[in-house]
Design a protein around this ligand. Structure first.
Ligand code: SF4
Ligand code: SF4
Ligand code: FES
Length: 259
């Protein structure tokens, strides 16, 4: 490569480097320099980490990437989802692969959908001191204290609706001084609500019957016979659901849906 030819390239690389300012972060105490445009998750990968736990959807939905961080000269422990939080200089980062919270064992079919059920399975709900730390910790902006108050009152529907956006990241429980496991209390309410209180969704019932009637078995068998390249091609050509589709959207080609 000639010198004259490489000059513009060098200049472009310099411009690019200037655009991507490097900032120091600390992962489990070790210092790395990473571009300041990256999320914590991408910064970890940039630093050479292979994410085998604490990473799922990368889109703020699965709740797998709960992260705790702090800045020097600040006593505050801050929390966020690693796939959604952009790095800042001097962040001290530790990821929580999962939160080992108390989880009641129950059979949802026989569980009574009455107010006292939540308290019977999670009596610690009454230990809530109303501090609001859970609400301040929630990356989904859920009024966690609000739904815990409804759980204390035994209002299953209000807990189910109030916690609907919960991604089970565990950050609320990690910070709770009363050792509540808010997300497990919430999912109990959503299960009770869905199983016993709201009318069955007709379209879901139809879909379950189709699965039980083996409507998709032939299509699945055919997929299993395909190699990786064929699967990639199929996926690429798949009729994607538009971002703003309403609930009535269905693909035009329904042959593989058994219809
Ligand atoms: S953090 Fe715990 S104690 Fe504080 S409001 Fe939330 S549930 Fe109650
Ligand atoms: S309620 Fe708790 S577990 Fe659910 S998203 Fe908010 S912080 Fe995460
Ligand atoms: S990886 Fe799923 S929420 Fe972050």
């Amino acid at each position: 490569m000639s010198k004259t030819a490489s000059k513009p390239k060098k200049a472009a690389a310099k411009d690019k480097a200037a655009e991507r300012r490097l900032v120091p972060i600390f992962v489990m105490g070790k210092r790395y320099e990473v571009p300041d445009t990256l999320t914590i998750q991408k910064a970890l990968e940039y630093a050479g980490y292979l994410l085998v736990r604490g990473c799922g959807c990368r889109g703020g939905i699965c709740g797998a990437c709960g992260t705790v961080y702090r800045f020097p000269n600040s006593y505050r422990i801050e929390v966020g989802l690693a796939c959604q939080t952009v790095v800042q200089p001097d962040m001290y980062i530790a990821q929580i692969p999962f939160f080992p919270g108390n989880k009641a064992v129950y059979d949802i079919e026989s569980l009574p959908a009455v107010g006292g059920t939540i308290a019977a399975l999670y009596p610690e709900v009454f230990k809530c001191v109303g501090c609001g730390t859970c609400t301040r910790s929630c990356p989904m902006d859920i009024d966690v204290l609000g739904y815990i108050s409804k759980a204390i009152q035994g209002d299953i529907a209000a807990v189910a609706e109030g916690s609907f956006d919960c991604v089970m990241c565990g950050l609320c429980a990690a910070r709770c001084p009363a050792e509540e496991v808010q997300f497990n209390i919430a999912i109990l309410a959503r299960r009770l609500y869905a199983r016993h209180l709201v009318p069955k969704a007709k379209h879901l019932e139809k879909a379950v019957k189709a699965v039980q009637g083996k409507a998709y078995d032939k299509a699945l068998q055919e997929l299993k016979k395909k190699n990786l390249d064929e699967l990639k091609k199929l996926y690429k050509n798949l009729e994607a659901e538009p971002d703003m589709a309403d609930e009535s959207w269905t693909p035009q080609n329904k042959s593989y849906l058994g219809e």
